[in-house]
Design a binder for this molecule. Structure first.
Ligand code: ZN
Ligand code: ZN
Ligand code: FE
Length: 763
């Protein structure tokens, strides 16, 4: 007795070998029927005996392919048909929306083996892939995900590849980017002026050049990298000089885990993260004896390390046989280069040679960055390997929402019904090129999701380009969201919390409801509204944004405040490096409140104390001095400095002036910087604990969430958790970045709640 069953599958089920797998299961169960892709997922109609259907469904649930994510399996009974065979039907065209394009997938073991096997027809072929690995999001131009809607559509399959593509028993059955040396993309080598270098083997030539100390621009999955031998100090210095990147660390790619272990002290969690399918850059502790040029990450024990994720990387790293610097190829402030012509125009002055190919990149996608914080893998930049993987929301949004994110480290987010999709990492929205990338990426995500956002949400800061974009877009309701509220709600979304929660949002800066720069905030939060309960005593920033770079200004301001206008600058070698005239002018700015806006950011305290203790007048990139202060902390030091909490106002104020005075005493007594740094961290942890406990007496004991860029600091995160988790249920970030790269998710939910409730965002 034959029965019929329709199975609707939702999740990441396209481009991951899902239909062939269903086909094989159906054959194994002896069922007839069909399976097809459409814009919402995959539908299966199966016919056969009740027992066979039952085992088929059981296998579907239990044995899902590694790269697929089944979010929903919906079964319904349909009339049996007299079908004879099980078939894969062509994809259906664009429907309501598409939710199932997978992220780019790191090369699988089988493909890696083939590429390294001299007897395989794909030996040393850099574009080898299969249904379980290869490019996806970055080659997709439209939906549904089929070869014709990717940048592979111009490459006609050769007979061998064609056979694989149509053979259900082959692991390349319906692998849309399938290719081989006969029919697929090819490498070539270019001079900086764009002329092609004539050579038999561009890969071998590039390897020789890299070993000889050249800088090579390499076209990857989501854009170009600039590569050079990471053990060769002169070439790393040359790359720094040409890229005008003075001190910011470069990421290093190691050929495998064994080499990674020789470069860094790795924990089990870090090894898992390094070899995870997303293959992020992982921030790890560099070994003192690592065979790396000091110039890779000047003065920093933290190393950004990652493993190969394309066959081209595997081949390069093996043949060069040294770790390579692999840094995003861009001009400062601009997005990563993706097209050959663009790379030649923009990188010609940096690279000695360009290793390019003829498969176009449809969508830029930078490498992701992650770190193990308090024992937990935490994404700090969510991009290649993650995008456009859906993020499941606890509650649906009423109307499609586009959240434009923040200003620095921008990432946007689009939510439809109960799912949110982060876009790729855009970077700092400070140049026209970055803004163009933002708009291009938003358009592309709208296309592949087939959605037109009806609500557009942005940061409260009126000057941000993302804010201006939101307001200029038209055709949608726009809603401004407070920065730290968005941070807290992004963490709530990650853990399915509805509020109330006590949000501890510590970062560098974010526009406050009162127009001042917030950034050390304790907020009582619900999704749609919040109340500011406590903050840090503000520091004046003489020169405004200039004080973010010239951190000695913040240091002077901090001393001036703690010593009532009589800053003991003679005690610090830092100020001997600053011209007297500059000190005089800045002191006047502080005294007379001239161009010296108030800032509450915890990041500013890190900058100021770091400048004083490390004798560092300038921060050449965001967070440089703060991270330098963090990494030297002597974690065995238990002592801390005094602080006060002013509970007289409507918002409690954490006053660290007693700490600043004690830091000065320590410096005068010649206490080691590593000890002062540890005591500073301990003070922030202790002050946070004290203020939270005080607030709990009034508001009860809601769950506590830690969020904001400062919680990328493992010592602080671990310390605050240890301080609070016995009394409070504490939540930290993991899949959503704690910094501004995760902000857009909070913006989505707040805007949706404001629209739904008509609630006021703050009190
Ligand atoms: Zn593969
Ligand atoms: Zn072929
Ligand atoms: Fe922030």
């Amino acid at each position: 007795m034959s029965e019929g069953c329709r199975i609707e599958v939702r999740g990441t089920v396209q481009g991951v070998g899902f239909r062939p797998w269903v086909y094989r299961l159906a054959r194994r169960a002896g069922l007839a029927g069909r399976v097809w892709n459409h814009s919402e997922g995959v539908t299966i109609e199966a016919f056969g005996g009740a027992g066979s259907l039952e085992s088929f469904v059981q296998w579907l649930r239990d044995d899902t392919p590694a790269s697929a994510r089944i979010r929903e399996l919906r079964l319904s009974k349909i009339p049996p048909e007299l079908a004879e065979d099980f078939v894969i039907e062509p994809s259906e065209g664009v429907g309501a929306r598409a939710l199932s394009i997978p992220p780019d997938l790191a090369t699988c073991n089988k493909c890696e083996e083939e590429v390294l096997d001299p007897n395989d027809r794909r030996y040393r072929y850099p574009f080898t892939n299969c249904t379980e690995c290869g490019p996806r999001f970055t080659i997709t131009t439209d939906i549904p995900y089929d070869r014709s809607a990717t940048t592979m559509h111009d490459f006609a399959l050769c007979p061998s590849c064609e056979r694989e593509f149509h053979d259900v028993m082959d692991r390349r059955f319906h692998a849309q980017p399938n290719a081989c040396p006969e029919c697929g993309p090819k490498l070539s080598l270019c001079e900086p002026d764009g002329t092609e270098t004539i050579c038999d083997d561009p890969l071998a030539t590039a390897v020789g050049l890299l070993r000889g100390g050249a800088i090579v621009a390499i076209k990857g999955l989501g854009g170009f990298h600039l590569a050079c031998d990471a053990s060769d100090a002169p070439v790393v210095r040359k790359l720094r000089a040409r890229k005008h990147r003075d001190e910011k660390p470069f990421a290093v790619m190691a050929r495998d885990l064994a080499v990674a272990r020789s470069l860094a002290n790795l924990t089990t969690e870090e090894e898992l993260l390094l070899s995870s399918q997303e293959r992020p850059i992982v921030l790890v502790e560099r070994r003192p004896d690592a065979p790396l040029a000091a110039e890779v990450a000047p003065e920093s024990p933290v190393l950004g390390l990652f493993l190969p994720y394309t066959p081209l990387h595997h081949l390069l790293l093996r043949e060069v046989d040294r770790p390579l610097v692999m840094t995003s190829a861009n001009i400062a402030g601009e997005p990563i280069c993706k097209d050959n012509a663009e790379a030649i125009a923009r990188l010609g002055g940096i690279a000695d040679v360009l290793l390019v190919h003829d498969r176009d990149i449809a969508m830029r996608c930078d490498d992701s960055v992650a770190r193990v914080i308090a024992g937990k893998a935490t994404v700090m930049r969510r991009s290649r390997g993650f995008v456009p993987r859906p993020f499941q929301l606890k509650e649906s949004v009423d109307r499609p929402v586009l959240a434009c994110g923040a200003h620095l480290k921008n990432t946007f987010c689009i939510a439809v019904e109960d799912t949110a999709y982060f876009g790729p990492h855009i970077g700092d929205l400070e140049t026209l090129a970055a803004m163009e990338f933002f708009e291009e990426a938003v358009d592309r995500m709208q296309t592949i999701l087939s959605v037109e956002p009806e609500v557009v949400t942005h940061d409260l800061h009126p000057g941000y380009l993302s804010t201006r974009y939101a307001k200029a877009r038209g055709g949608a309701e726009t809603i401004g969201v407070q920065h730290h509220h968005a941070h807290v709600v992004s963490a709530m979304a990650e853990h399915g919390l509805r509020g109330p929660v006590l949000g501890i949002a510590y970062d560098g800066t974010g526009y406050g409801n009162d127009g001042t720069a917030w950034g050390g905030e304790l907020l009582l939060c619900f999704t749609g509204h919040f109340r500011r309960l406590a903050t840090f005593r503000p520091i004046k920033l003489p020169g405004g944004n200039l004080a973010m770079r010239e951190v000695w200004r913040v240091a002077l301001s901090l001393l001036h405040d703690a010593f009532s206008g009589d800053a003991p600058i003679d005690e610090f070698p830092l100020f001997q490096r600053i011209p007297d005239e500059s000190i005089r002018v800045v002191t006047q700015m502080i005294d007379r409140h001239l161009n010296a806006p108030q800032a509450h950011g915890v990041g500013r305290y890190f900058d100021a104390v770091g400048a004083l203790v490390l004798n560092r007048p300038d921060s050449t990139f965001e967070g440089q001095v703060a991270v330098a202060l963090n990494v030297i902390a002597d974690v065995t030091e238990r002592a801390s400095y005094p602080f006060e909490i002013d509970r007289t106002g409507a918002v409690e104020i954490i006053d660290l002036r007693p700490m600043v005075r004690a830091v000065v005493e320590d410096v005068m007594r010649g206490v080691a910087a590593s000890t002062i740094s540890a005591k500073f961290h301990n003070t922030l942890i202790g002050a946070t604990g004290a203020v939270v406990r005080g607030l709990a007496e009034v508001i009860g004991q809601p769950p506590v969430v830690l969020t904001g860029g400062v919680f990328q600091n493992p010592i602080l995160t671990q310390g605050v958790l240890a301080e609070l988790q016995n009394e409070f249920e504490c939540f930290t970030h993991s899949r959503v970045p704690p910094g501004d790269g995760g902000l857009a998710l909070g913006q989505v939910l707040i805007a949706n709640a404001i629209v739904a409730e008509g609630s006021t965002p703050c009190a």
